[in-house]
Design a protein around this ligand. Structure first.
Ligand code: 6PG
Length: 219
């Protein structure tokens, strides 16, 4: 095993990523949150929906979105509304697909830094919709760009690296053996998109299946 370079954030190996995510969200006291897409995010949001929490002062954003109608089964916003937002009634939901690239860039730019940005990790090392080799990875001015590649469905809107860096707390959830290689590449400092995740504070919540060699956390 190659030596690991300084990991870009705090790595917590936990028994249950979903429960650890919900505990962290509650303890963060976040007043603004950027949601992710994907199966791990769906699991997290289903659990958040049943946790007693007052969402009336929380503003909801999205870190990336597929350019499909909200009713489409692949919509990140549609998933979040179905499993969480329709049940907790947040103060505001800022639709990425409704605002479009320039509109959402302006919305994010006008807002204070987002308190809690949730990201996932793809098996290829992508995060949000920042895919390996994408020109979007080099964007240093805009907070939102349109992107996509031949390996993932739909054109996308995504937070750029500067948008992620502006987060107060970024939480990356990584669950399952299928993420082991991608997480190992991040830990080795390989230049996959997720290796570029930086923010005021970054916490990686990973399970043992994804990080069998990492020391246990007491998180
Ligand atoms: C998306 C997500 C994406 C996701 C990862 C992990 O729109 O697809 O934002 O970045 O977080 O692909 O997804 P899974 O948890 O389903 O593996």
């Amino acid at each position: 095993m190659m030596s690991h370079v300084t990991f870009p954030g705090e790595l917590r190996v936990v028994d249950d990523v979903v429960q650890a995510f919900c505990d962290l969200f509650r303890s963060s006291g976040a007043r603004s949150v950027a949601l992710s897409g994907g199966g791990t995010a769906r699991d997290c949001y289903e659990e958040l929906a049943v946790r007693a929490r007052d969402w009336s002062a929380i503003s909801v954003f999205f870190g990336d979105e597929r350019m499909v109608p909200v009713e489409h089964p692949d919509s990140n916003e549609g998933m979040a509304r179905q499993v969480l937002l329709d049940h907790v009634h947040p103060a505001a939901i800022h639709s990425m697909v409704a605002a479009g690239t320039d509109g959402y860039d302006a919305i994010i730019r006008a807002e204070p830094p987002i308190d809690f940005i949730h990201l996932g990790l793809g098996p290829d090392g992508h995060t949000a919709s920042l895919f390996p080799g994408s020109p979007a990875l080099a964007e240093r001015e805009r907070f939102v760009v349109e992107t996509g590649d031949d390996l993932h469905p739909h054109r996308r809107l995504t937070f750029t690296v500067p948008a992620i860096e502006r987060g107060v707390l970024v939480v990356v959830t990584v669950a399952g053996a299928e993420k082991r290689e991608a997480l190992d590449r991040v830990q080795r400092g390989e230049d996959v998109p997720a290796t570029r995740i930086r923010a005021q504070r970054v916490i990686w919540l990973v399970d043992e299946a994804a990080a069998p060699d990492a020391p246990r956390s007491d998180a």
